[in-house]
Write a protein that binds this ligand. Structure first.
Ligand SMILES: [Zn+2]
Length: 448
């Protein structure tokens, strides 16, 4: 719709930074993590579950607790670290509640009324908090008429929370956010508030756009990337009129029903990196065990030497972040190219198949699952479609991978190939799937 906006993230890159500037940035990032961890430690427990919104209460307490002065961390960083941590804690609670909801649904020993009671409690945060903290509370309206042993159910809720609640902690010390009054664009770069009053640290930038929002700094080995949320106007394209049917893959990003492909290079980008990370992880595991062995034998200095020299995660995560940034850039570029060339009014895709990790997967399958960009691609696609007023339609993915798009019988998949012994069709699995998407969509619109 015209006039509407969406928040999107713009990045800016610094030039190569000198040692002094880098150590300033790293220092801020380390303190930022310390503040987050302090907030986690104080406020992630059950005592505060109902005091997280609005954030001002916690912010006020954190303002006067002395930590900021002790770290000598300027307010423009400190307060955002607090806010970030509180929002992390809230996310944790939301995830936990979702998990408990799922457990309750699956639990066959609970009656329908009991399930309803627990679900209602999970929904009303004040009641939830009172139950966890054994404080008096009003029964939710729709639970008043139920004949329930609420003591037993409340115990159950408390037990589940105890079992699944974990305290968040961050060891990632390479990022921080700064509020708008903490920086000033000037001289082809950005001046950041430092720990010394009235003194600012200059960071040269490669491009010279200026923004006035909170900026997220992600630090690399000798440079940094700035992430800035900006409002983008939603566009409408008169000439976008096509309907596109496509399969979304891990090797080739998009395969269209007419055979066109986008993002053919995805696998080549992701796979070597996956192998590298796997090898790295194995090596780390071996060294960790070696260090543990030394420790068990009482050879602490040898153990410490290994940990000091070899188990540093900084370099490892920095390369990983860089590779990831390249892949992300590639995915975005290919989505843009697809939209530009296909000019779709509507894109039809199969619904996402979520693998449930109940079975024990083999090592390589696990590897593939962890490095799959499927979710990210879908998210970016959805975002860019909203931004360009393109409609996304999902069809049920059931059978799109296994049935022959030409004759509808069960075919055979061999690596990326699809073979139908019934009609002799032989094509790529992705193309067969895309054609099935088209078929399903047309059946959905014209069921006769
Ligand atoms: Zn067939």
């Amino acid at each position: 719709m015209p006039g509407e906006t969406l928040t999107k993230t713009i990045t800016q890159h610094t030039g190569e930074l000198d040692q002094e500037t880098l150590s300033f940035l790293y220092g801020i990032a380390e303190d930022y993590a310390k503040v987050r961890n302090a907030v986690y430690q104080r406020y992630s427990g059950i005592r505060h579950v109902n005091q997280l919104t609005p954030v001002y209460g916690i912010l006020n307490e954190m303002r006067s607790c002395g930590l900021r002065e002790q770290l000598n961390l300027p307010v423009v960083y400190y307060e955002l670290a607090v806010a970030d941590a509180v929002s992390d804690i809230k996310t944790r609670w939301a995830v936990l509640k979702k998990k408990l909801n799922g457990l309750v649904t699956e639990n066959e020993s609970l009656s329908a009324d009991e399930k309803m009671y627990i679900r209602t409690v999970l929904k009303i945060n004040s009641t939830f908090s009172a139950i966890l903290n054994r404080e008096p509370y009003e029964l939710p309206d729709n639970a008043k008429d139920l004949r329930l042993d609420t003591d037993r159910l409340n115990n159950r809720i408390r037990r589940m929370v105890r079992k699944y609640l974990t305290e968040p902690k961050t060891e990632y010390t390479r990022l921080f956010r700064v509020s708008p009054n903490g920086y000033r664009y000037k001289d082809g770069g950005i001046y950041l508030v430092s720990r010394i009053p009235r003194h600012r640290v200059f960071i040269p930038l490669k491009n010279h756009e200026r923004y006035d929002r909170q900026i997220l700094f992600m630090l690399e080995e000798n440079s940094a990337t700035l992430h800035i949320p900006v409002e983008a106007r939603i566009k409408t394209h008169e000439d976008y009129t096509n309907t596109v049917f496509m399969h979304i893959g891990n090797r080739v990003m998009f395969t269209l029903a007419d055979g066109t492909v986008y993002g053919e290079g995805l696998e080549q980008m992701v796979f070597p990196e996956t192998l590298r990370l796997d090898k790295k992880n194995q090596e780390h595991g071996r060294l960790r065990r070696e260090a543990e062995n030394y420790r068990a034998e009482g050879l602490d200095d040898k153990a410490e030497a290994i940990e000091r020299n070899n188990l540093g995660r900084q370099k490892y995560s920095s390369r990983k972040a860089r590779e990831r940034a390249n892949t992300v850039r590639y995915i975005n570029t290919e989505i843009n190219r697809m939209l530009r060339e296909e000019k779709p009014a509507r894109i039809v895709i199969p619904s996402r198949v979520l693998k449930k990790c109940t079975k024990h997967y083999s090592r390589t399958v696990n590897l593939k699952l962890t490095r799959s960009f499927q979710g990210f691609i879908r998210e970016r696609l959805a975002f860019k479609c909203r931004l360009n007023s393109v409609e996304i339609v999902e069809v049920n993915s059931k059978g799109t991978g296994s049935l022959c798009a030409d004759c509808g019988t069960e075919g055979k998949c061999w690596k990326d190939e699809f073979v139908c012994e019934h009609c002799g069709s032989h094509t790529t699995a992705a193309l067969n799937a895309a054609k099935n998407v088209e078929k399903k969509y047309k059946e959905m619109c014209h069921p006769d």
